[in-house]
Ligand binder design. Structure first.
Ligand code: AMP
Length: 468
């Protein structure tokens, strides 16, 4: 895979490969940047520990990912939106020799290395580490190998069927959704068209960019797609070249499918499914209408089992936990032996915590076993928010729950009881949380004086929500 990417960059120097905020980069630019950073990394990271790449959607980040990979060193992408305390926790876990940020531009632009002498990355080496929300209160580093990624990209190339087009980006590089739109263009000689965070927050700018991008393929979460569908001008006239939308990350609803197919009648809509632990996605299917929304069939080198708590396989249409085995299953969490990574029928497996069933060879994903949620497309462990709150000295107890609308989480709510010796306002709690948790994890705070209990003495979250 890396050979193919490097050869594409060298063989087609004048191809445009990356466009961001009106700046266009060609393959020859990216190749030069990679060469310079590759030598910098080889010379400065002798221990071969992971390299943190910090920033927000920039060509230096892409060049650094590829430079580290060619140097045989894992990279850890951290977006600028991640708050200070969380960054510290990630840095503590990685303990890196070097952190790359925008300052690398000096080396990237001004050194004169002309080649990648050798690709050091081996099949079983860790290729990248992406951090996700962890129920223990600490972010978890998911380790993905070169083999995992190669298998993912082979499959994506086969289902996306694109060559020399334009691929539109949504996700920032801390999320594994971005893996698809980072590597697909490099492998298929497409241009990677970037939507930065400030553009995504401004409808006028966003719609201008969508039109200007002239994209052939877009990689979105269903939540982002819903956001676009709110505006009637999101239709085939705005994006006449858009042939494929690759969705992943959360439940795709009938409502989204119906609205999308009306606006883009001939779109190739792919619903794919998978956790970060299994390298972007492991199943996919073309959705033709809203009557039957499954997550499809597994890729060739992956098996999906529906199992009960004793790991016994369940029958057709029986609901149980989705267990994934095979080539996409990552190498586990950094410094953490989780029970979710297992061996099953002689293969590496991952117990997803997702509930689902199989019908006519297709997999249907219907919810979670635990309190992990998706909110605005982001994966969140409610217990992580709860742990953070309960660790604050003036909080007696915090209960974190969600409000749903149309079966989707519309709000995260934390019910908080303050210790009687303190007087604290919700504003203060929010200010603290902003330093510790990403913006999308910050709940609405509701102060309570009593915690209602059920008949058997547990917190009555239902009653709390009703009163809210
Ligand atoms: P992430 O690690 O952020 O990709 O989140 C993975 C989780 O998102 C999965 O374990 C599922 O709970 C959920 N998910 C991903 N894709 C889908 C899908 N197509 N339909 C329903 N849930 C999904």
């Amino acid at each position: 895979m890396l050979n193919k990417i490097i050869n594409n960059l060298k063989d087609y120097p004048e191809d445009e490969c990356y466009e961001i905020n009106g700046n266009i980069y060609k393959n020859k630019d990216l190749y030069k940047y990679i060469c310079n950073i590759y030598h910098y990394v080889l010379n400065n990271n002798k221990s071969k520990k992971g390299v943190i790449v910090y920033g927000h959607k920039d060509i230096y980040m892409i060049a650094s990912f590829l430079a580290c990979s060619c140097a045989g060193i894992p990279y850890i992408p951290i977006d600028v939106s991640i708050p200070v305390e969380r960054k510290k926790k990630i840095i503590e876990q990685i303990n890196p020799d070097i952190i790359i940020n925008k300052d690398i531009e000096n080396i990237m632009n001004n050194e004169n290395y002309l080649d990648i002498s050798k690709i050091y990355m081996q099949d079983d080496d860790i290729y990248y580490i992406i951090f996700t929300s962890g129920s223990t209160g600490e972010p978890k580093g998911v380790q993905i190998t070169y083999n995992n990624l190669k298998s993912c990209m082979r499959w994506l190339e086969s289902i996306c069927n694109i060559n020399k087009g334009i691929i539109l980006n949504q996700a920032n590089y801390s999320f594994d959704l971005s893996v698809a739109d980072i590597y697909l263009p490099l492998l298929t000689r497409c241009k990677h068209y970037i939507l930065k965070r400030d553009v995504q927050r401004n409808y006028t700018l966003l719609f201008k960019e969508l039109k200007k991008s002239n994209s052939d393929l877009a990689v979105f979460t269903p939540s982002f797609l819903d956001l676009l569908l709110v505006d009637k001008s999101f239709n085939a006239a705005l994006m006449p070249n858009l042939k494929t939308i690759l969705l992943c990350g959360e439940k795709l609803t009938n409502n989204t499918v119906d609205r999308l197919l009306k606006r883009f009648p001939s779109i190739h809509l792919i619903n794919s499914y998978g956790p970060t632990e299994c390298t972007f996605a492991v199943t996919g299917i073309k959705i033709n209408n809203s009557n039957d929304i499954s997550v499809g069939t597994p890729k060739d080198d992956v098996d999906i089992y529906i199992v009960n708590n004793s790991l016994e396989e369940l029958g057709e249409e029986e609901t149980g936990e989705i267990l994934i085995t095979g080539a996409s299953v990552g190498k586990g969490y950094l410094n953490n032996n989780s029970n979710s990574f297992i061996f099953y029928k002689g293969k590496k497996g991952y117990l997803t915590g997702d509930l689902g069933y199989k019908k006519n060879n297709k997999v249907y994903c219907i919810g979670r076993k635990d309190t992990q949620i998706k909110f605005k497309g982001y994966r969140i462990e409610l217990s992580e928010i709860e742990k953070v709150l309960n660790n604050i000295e003036y909080i007696e107890k915090a209960i974190v729950t969600t409000k749903k609308n149309d079966n989707k989480v519309s709000r995260i709510i934390a019910f908080v009881k303050i210790k009687s010796s303190y007087s604290v306002e919700s504003k203060e709690i929010k200010e603290y949380l902003k330093r510790v948790l990403p913006e999308y994890m910050i709940p609405n705070i509701k102060m309570i004086s009593e915690i209602p209990l059920t008949a058997n003495g547990k917190v009555d979250a239902k009653k709390l929500l009703e009163e809210y």
